[in-house]
Unconditional design. Sequence first.
Length: 298
Amino acid sequence: MSTDYTLDSYTLHSSTDLQLLSALHNDGYSRYQNHAILVAHDSTARNARNVLTRTRLEKSRAQRIVWLLEELNIPYEIKTFKRKADMTAPNELKKIQPLGKSPVITITTPNCPEPLVLAESAVIIEYLCTHFGGEKLIPQRYAAGKQGQVGGETEAWMRYQYFMHYTEGSLTPFLVMKVVMNSVRNAPVPFFIKPVTRMIASKVEGAFINPNIHTHLAFLEDQIKTAPGGGPFLCGDQITSADIQLSYSVIAALSRQPSLRSQYPGVAAYADRLQAIESYKRGVAKIERIEGTFTASL
């Protein structure tokens, strides 16, 4: 799908007669005021007059959605909120969405009287793939002659379904816990308290967090090796939205602890393959132009 982009600030809404919105979510659907800072207009027939606004908290897993938008050639604008010095969400964001979470996608289309706001990465990914030409990122569901049958699904589709939910439900919580324990270890406390905080962090990591992270990385190492058709992606020889969903957590984990690359070479090679994809690199470049730098962090 060929896409022509016209970039400007606050001007395209007059020519497209659309209200351009960015929003923050409240674990569902909501409507907020205009915070648009960058506009992209898609001249293709399929997406004509559909405008998407992508809200992200800097240094967050919201980067996955930027990659997906680039992969599908969907026009979008970005509204970024910067974290405070303590790495929490800014008050500006929390005034709109108390949890201070991202990403959020706002879709403005002539078919809807009000903008549609989607929250949660898996929901956003599945919705965009369904409505914006993402069929190529979803494996064939049923094996030949088994349409609609229980157990008739292909291995690729079953993997796709699993990993779309595995990332945030199973893997990422342990990676986030490790970040939290690192903050506890380096907390600005009186010197006589530091040995206590460091001991607590080390005990929790050693007894609970690190073993679980290694369990998950070993699991992923095996899943990559046994992918349908030999891979090289989770569900076979083509990238799927499940790879996009998993990407950030794996890349961030290896970035924070480079020694994991030698322990799990299959996972490391998989992460390198994802980062070599052109749409991934375009997404990173766009964030670098806006924020000045990009780092995969949790």
